[in-house]
Design a binder for this molecule. Structure first.
Ligand SMILES: *Cc1c(COP(=O)(O)O)cnc(C)c1O
Length: 764
């Protein structure tokens, strides 16, 4: 196998007439990818005839695939040796951009689950959209975010195989669009299992109309082709908010319909639910439900038979409790885009009302899927699915108690919890080989690749030699990150400091604003001498704001303004650095996370469904500074509250406060809070005439929807304590070790195993 790989790489390169020494990066990337793919080709094409699961997701944030595939294919060491033998850089592919076909956590989760399923030998295929342009590339200009197109295909796409003969036609109100699949191999452990990520690309059904062209109607000739191809052009850049655009509905139906048609074709005569379990990643692919029912009735089933098949097949993962993320489409929009689906929706609604009536329920209002001109997608998903799951224990409880209370009362067994996870291959073995090696040396290689038995690291929490190694690795990862940030941002960051990290999408509920206001407070206290012994800290922020999300963009500008404020003061510059890293993505995360000391997870309790960044950081030896929200609750349970830093309001307290929350009360009674809020408008900080900072100030004073003011004091106090306790580096290293040791539960191998067993009915 190994020799074959080397030969295959050289043969691929020979096609370009080059050798390893003379190949350019793209030639090498193509050759290595093709050679690795050819090693698993046989396995990949041999589909087993057992029931499989399909993961339908509008997003797959897969990150750079080459090293992950080489690792699982058992070729990574071979590849590195080959490169070194030929005096080439084994890290050369670090320059290849990420396919950013997702926004954030939801898309990254889909990628972790595909990898874990393949690794564990579970038959799970992904279905999604092959966006021509991924999530925009972020630049910071004068402190403001600017967006540029992300042309990820400029690197080529050697891991995908176009399958023309599997193309399908998707019906819309105004004609058909062809969906052409591009298959990506998802390689499991040693290539024993190879699953598929099938991404659909929209193309015109019509051949180019040469009649129009000959009549010199060039634009018209190009028109219908363009319209179809535009469908899969861009990923909507909103995370946790719905924009309600017609093109987005077209996208959702496009990949849902194509995927259902694809599965039906593979089913042959067998009952659909005996061949497929379909997981809906959020409500985005919910139109797959009426699509399947429609197709089955067209094939001769009655509506009720088709409905029962759909119920056995579908399950739905809820990712958020925030109302602005709940998908609702106007019926008239739906009628214009997919008119043939409307009668099916009406029949589903009829069935819903019949089920409700049979249970003695007469008020349909909280359940109706179609109410007047609104179609509620989450309700459709919940009603038809046999299982609905939340993504962390506390999130699932909130679903049962409030958001989906009516549905839970109706059917107490259907809502279950499957706490999210992350793949240890990418988030330990690949991004932190130094720590992975230490884990492997201490507990065996399996622990570093699967986290199985990693809890035994607890025994080393007070082991002097082990503590030294942990500290040394953190130091190395900080050096590497500092180097990387210097290359990317042209900024020097110091090594002998706490790396305090908040990396995630910019969103008001995640409260980057709380973080930066507390940093500003720290600045003021250092300047006034109130804070005499402060451990030097580098505050690292990273994340993208949706282009139309004004408040989130204002926070980016504020972070950069505070950064400038610090740089302008010699007194502060000595103790603090504030760095906003540009264009945060999976590859950047892989650099930052291993170097982090503090994991900022500070969402208002009850708003973050789970979070997965918190798990990656924990696994890499950072302590959590966070609220009792999402998976933080379980992180603290696994790693010990005394090894993390929890602050702020609890969910119950937030609920109680909601009725008459008055942020001004906190501002008026806390001089430190008042000072930082005033700094937004008194000329201390410059927003370059954008008015952004006074808008932030108004929003804090008048509404403060995410209770930044209420949690400010508790956050600052806990942060101060952390800053002091960090100075005892050995005891802090013990906390790191306890967090690493507690991370085993958050392996996505565990999560995917739960889905397979409790929801899909699939064996390994
Ligand atoms: C893990 C990850 C996320 C999710 O981070 P949260 O802190 O859970 O919101 C977002 N973006 C990228 C690139 C990630 O790797």
């Amino acid at each position: 196998m190994a020799i074959k790989f080397e030969t295959a790489v050289k043969e691929e390169l020979a096609k370009y007439g080059v050798e390893i020494e003379t190949a350019d990066i793209k030639q090498l990337y193509n050759a290595v990818s093709s050679a690795a793919l050819s090693q698993v080709a046989k396995k990949w094409n041999r589909q087993k005839k057992t029931k499989r699961a399909a993961y339908l997701s509008a997003e797959f944030l897969i990150g750079r695939v080459v090293y992950a595939n080489l690792l699982n294919g058992g070729l990574l060491d071979r590849f590195k040796e080959l490169m070194i033998k030929h005096d080439a850089d084994p890290e050369i592919f670090e320059r290849i951009g990420d396919p950013a076909l997702g926004n954030g956590g939801l898309g990254r989760l889909a990628a972790c689950y595909l990898e874990s399923a393949a690794y564990c030998g579970i038959g799970l295929d992904g279905y999604g959209i092959r966006y021509r342009y991924g999530l925009f590339r972020q630049q910071i200009e004068n402190g403001f975010q600017r967006e540029y197109a992300d042309d990820w295909l400029k690197w080529g796409d050697p891991w995908s195989v176009r399958k023309d003969y599997d193309a399908v036609k998707v019906q819309f109100g105004d004609g058909y669009v062809t969906a052409v699949p591009y298959d990506m191999a998802i390689i499991g452990k040693n290539g024993a299992t190879v699953n598929t990520l099938r991404l659909w690309q929209a193309e015109s059904d019509e051949p180019f109309d040469f009649n129009l062209f000959n009549m010199q109607k060039y634009e018209k000739a190009a028109d219908s082709r363009l319209k179809a191809e535009r469908l899969s052009d861009v990923l909507y850049p909103n995370d946790d908010t719905l924009q309600g655009k017609k093109l987005r509905l077209r996208q959702e139906y496009f990949f849902s319909s194509a995927s259902i048609i694809d599965m039906l074709r593979k089913c042959g005569d067998k009952p659909f639910s005996s061949q497929y379990a379909v997981q809906l990643n959020d409500s985005h692919p919910t139109v797959a439900i009426p699509e399947l029912i429609l197709r089955l009735t067209e094939g001769g089933m009655t509506f009720n038979e088709a409905f029962n098949e759909a119920r056995k097949t579908f399950s739905y993962t809820n990712h958020t409790v925030m109302p602005e993320a709940m998908e609702k489409w106007s019926l008239s929009l739906m009628r214009s885009v997919i008119p043939h689906i409307i009668p099916v929706l009406r029949q589903i609604q009829k069935r819903l009302r019949a089920e409700l009536s049979a249970k003695g329920i007469t008020d349909f209002t909280p359940y109706d899927i179609i109410d007047n001109d609104t179609v509620h997608m989450a309700r459709l998903a919940v009603f038809v699915s046999h299982k609905v799951n939340g993504v962390a224990a506390i999130h699932t409880e909130i679903l049962k108690d409030t958001v989906l209370k009516e549905w839970h009362d109706l059917n107490p067994d259907s809502i279950i919890n499957v706490t999210n996870g992350i793949t240890p291959r990418r988030w330990l073995a690949l991004c932190n080989p130094e720590l992975a090696e230490l884990v492997a040396d201490t507990l065996g290689e399996d622990a570093s690749l699967t986290l199985k038995g990693i809890d035994r690291l607890q025994d080393f929490a007070n082991d002097k030699a082990f503590i030294e190694k942990i500290k040394q690795i953190k130091r190395i990862k900080k050096e590497q990150l500092a180097h990387y940030i210097f290359e990317r941002e042209k900024r020097e960051i110091r090594l002998d400091a706490i790396y305090d990290v908040q990396i995630k999408r910019l969103h008001e509920y995640k409260r980057q604003l709380l973080n930066i206001l507390s940093v500003l407070d720290t600045c003021f206290r250092i300047e006034s001498g109130e804070l005499a012994d402060f451990t030097p800290t580098v505050y690292i922020f990273g994340g993208k704001a949706a282009p139309g999300y004004y408040m989130a963009k204002a926070v980016i500008k504020l972070i950069n303004a505070v950064s400038e404020y610090v740089e302008a003061s010699p007194q502060l510059r000595d103790k603090i650095q504030v760095v906003f890293v540009t264009d945060y993505n999976v590859s950047y995360a892989e650099k930052i996370i291993p170097a982090a000391d503090i994991s900022e997870q500070i969402s208002l309790a009850g708003t973050e469904a789970s979070g997965t960044g918190n798990m990656k950081l924990m696994l890499n030896g950072a302590v959590t500074l966070g609220t009792y929200d999402g998976a933080n609750v379980e992180i603290v349970e696994q790693a010990g509250e005394q090894n993390n830093y929890i602050f702020g309001l609890r969910v119950e307290e937030v609920e109680k406060l909601k009725g008459d929350y008055t942020p001004m009360r906190y501002i008026d009674s806390n001089p430190r809070l008042k000072r930082v809020v005033d700094a937004l408008t008194d000329g201390t900080l410059q927003d370059d005439g954008s008015g952004m900072f006074s808008d932030l100030s108004d929003s804090l004073k008048n509404e403060d929807r995410y209770m930044v003011c209420a949690d400010f004091a508790s956050y600052c106090d806990t942060r101060d304590r952390l800053n002091r306790e960090y100075r005892d580096e050995d005891s802090f290293a013990s906390k790191r070790i306890m967090n690493i040791a507690g991370a085993g539960y958050f392996s996505s191998d565990r999560s995917v195993g739960e889905y397979a067993k409790r929801i899909w009915g699939i064996k390994k």
